[in-house]
Design a binder for this molecule. Structure first.
Ligand SMILES: O=C(O)c1cc(C(=O)O)c2c(n1)C(=O)C(=O)c1cc(C(=O)O)[nH]c1-2
Length: 251
């Protein structure tokens, strides 16, 4: 395992930088997390799947606000035109005909109450902190770091490809309709990450900026990892549900 602490020490070519970023994904993306492994093995309880959907809703709902923050900081109109498609993907044209609405469908398909999920009141404390940390990272760091932090999306088709077939095969109550969120992501995520990767390759021109990009991706992997750690701790066997967080009906 690498720590990537001084990976850009001597300066990297764009291709070498991309290689480091892909290595980070291979080593640290949340498809390596035990919670994900249990999901694809078919051994999560229905309560654990519900808790995952409920908590991930907070992440999904924050994404367009994060992207609006990035747009607000971008001076290049061509960049803004490209980036605003991300907001449309999640909000749709009416607010409730895009990705956020499809995530609600996933949550209700697993048996959760729509208003309860939307309220975000029953998410884990760590989910809230992780989501807030991602938002404030993108508001306070350089535009380059904010763009780089989205690069986990390079790897999301991999995790979606593991998750969707396994969920359909292993959980009798999960239907294709329930998982409709993920189909558009398979084309949206590569489109978005191709643009973000080209931007990073072009603008990370010295060792300091290259290291900042590397650290931004590490940070983002930590955000996603921390969210699954928190689910495991709360809802895994012998888990501790924090006061105020979602309590499944039958455990
Ligand atoms: O299903 C997943 O595991 C997964 C991961 C990620 C990611 O890697 O950040 C995103 C998504 N899904 C996703 O659906 C999504 O819209 C998204 C936006 C972003 C981002 O950082 O801007 N990541 C992700």
């Amino acid at each position: 395992m690498s720590d990537f602490a001084d990976a850009a020490r001597n300066g990297l070519t764009p291709a070498a930088l991309e290689e480091v970023l892909r290595q980070i994904g291979a080593e640290r993306y949340h498809n390596r997390h035990p919670y994900h492994h249990r999901m694809t093995a078919g051994t999560l309880t229905r309560a654990e799947l519900q808790a995952w959907a409920l908590n991930r809703y907070c992440y999904q709902a924050m994404i367009p606000r994060k992207d609006a923050t990035i747009i607000a900081r971008a001076e290049d109109p061509e960049f803004r035109v490209e980036w605003r498609r991300r907001i449309e993907d999640h909000d749709g044209q009416t607010g409730w005909d895009g990705g956020i609405a499809r995530w609600i469908k996933l949550a209700t398909g697993l048996g959760l109450d729509e208003e309860m999920v939307k309220s975000e009141r029953f998410a884990l404390p760590a989910t809230r902190f992780a989501v807030g940390a991602y938002l404030s990272f993108c508001a306070s760091r350089s535009l380059l770091e904010a763009v780089a932090s989205s690069l986990t999306e390079l790897f999301s088709p991999v995790i979606i490809g593991e998750r969707v077939p396994a969920m359909l095969a292993k959980y009798s109550y999960v239907t294709e309709d329930t998982l409709a969120y993920f189909m558009p992501r398979l084309t949206q995520a590569p489109r978005d990450s191709d643009f973000a990767l080209a931007y990073v390759r072009k603008h990370a021109t010295d060792p300091e900026r290259q290291q900042a990009v590397i650290d931004a991706l590490l940070f983002k992997c930590d955000i996603l990892w921390a969210m699954l750690d928190a689910l495991d701790h709360a809802y895994g066997e012998g888990g501790n549900i924090p006061p105020g967080a979602f309590v499944p009906e039958a455990r």
